[in-house]
Design a protein around this ligand. Structure first.
Ligand SMILES: *[C@@H]1O[C@H](CO)[C@@H](O)[C@H](O)[C@H]1NC(C)=O
Length: 123
């Protein structure tokens, strides 16, 4: 189920958009910092080097009723708290939904890309 969705997403984005997402195939040791929103990885630069870089996901995601969606300057960090599991490519947050919190584990690979060793958000 999950992998079927993933392949469908690749087919959808891969055919229409260049350089959108896909960082996970060339980046390792990715994790969220203690700031809750800063996410760093070691990424290949295409010339044999590994470079460490960070993105502030506050610039990339918005909390919509407890679920996280890609959005420029979304500022989700004010209403979401990392759950501490810190999965390498799919970290999760507990996000306020108005009455409680929902677990949100956005697919970062769909909108973070690696440009010559530096990660950025395509939003
Ligand atoms: C909000 O979170 C609470 C606690 O997890 C849950 O019971 C409730 O269904 C959620 N509300 C919405 C609108 O998602």
């Amino acid at each position: 189920m999950r992998s079927t969705f993933f392949l469908a997403a690749i087919a959808l984005f891969g055919s229409t958009t260049v350089n959108a997402g896909g960082f996970s195939s060339t980046c390792t040791e990715c994790r969220l910092g203690s700031s809750n929103t800063r996410y760093g990885c070691l990424c290949g630069d295409g010339k044999g080097n590994e470079i460490y870089s960070l993105v502030d996901l506050n610039d990339c995601m918005v909390n919509l009723g407890g679920q996280l969606s890609p959005r420029k300057s979304g500022g989700f960090g004010g209403s979401c708290k990392a759950d501490g599991q810190n999965d390498e490519y799919t970290p999760c947050w507990d996000c306020g939904n108005g009455s409680g919190t929902d677990k949100a584990c956005p697919d970062l690979n769909s909108f973070i890309s690696n440009h010559d060793g530096t990660i950025s958000c395509d939003v």
